[in-house]
Ligand binder design. Sequence first.
Ligand code: MEV
Length: 298
Amino acid sequence: MGFGRGKVILLGEHAVVHGCPAIAVGIERGVTAEAKPASRDLLRLSPWGLALEPDRKGDEPLERAFAAALALYPERPALEVSAQVDLPAGAGLGCSAAIGVAVLDAIDEALGIERSRTDLAEAALAWEKVFHGNPSGIDNTMSAIGGVALYRKGDALVPLRSNKPLHLVIGYSGESSSTKEMVASVRRQLESDPERVNKAFQGIEALVRNAKLAIEAGDHVALGQLLDLNHTILSSLMLCTTKLDEMCQAARKAGALGAKMTGAGGGGCMFALAAKHDQALRLRDLLGGDSFVSEVSA
Ligand code: MEV
């Protein structure tokens, strides 16, 4: 069974596209997939009821991504791949990357190909490029490898170690957004006002470096404050929505150590950092909807 996990970027989204480091975690929820020889290539996606043929020039990005994935296997039988998606799409949890990783992992398994999770992450970049044009690579890397890690484009992933698990509560605003558009919007801002946006990136980089130390020291109070500050900088880049702000405020008011939007923004998800498991459960109930708790060990 192929598997690609979802991810939550703790700090550093967007700046990571421009060469800054980011910290992310892999979560338990993700995408499973199975591949088997068939009479023609087909990608089935549940629970969406989609059955797609690969098409390099198709209108649907998933058709183009499937074509890009199959092109990595020049000699192979026709394959039917069935994927089960357990992540909201367009919500900042790395759904598209998780599908790509799961599909490639399933094809590898069906063809008896063995490769490391690092190589699988690299292969899945071909899939991600279809969706975002210029992805940093953080989504496919975290989807394949997981854990808690510091990522910088072009560098090896640096796993972070701590003896204290992170109690995260992930809340979905119900607003879906396009990573491609949000990344393009930051690029436009960078081009029109480089001083302001580069300052924002420098600020984010400083927060990421301090967050690494806070995670390693198990200082979640400090980590929470750094999350709040990162949220403010992302707001200044016009990536937050009123709904995401309200959810973060509500979580902080209810005692969360920190809260921020995660991923591309313009909708999608936020998360809150809780001090303990029972507080995480209370925050989940407060945020309601499709919110869920994820406990991650560094
Ligand atoms: C999307 O999950 C994270 C972004 O930083 C884009 C990327 O890193 O490719 C917004």
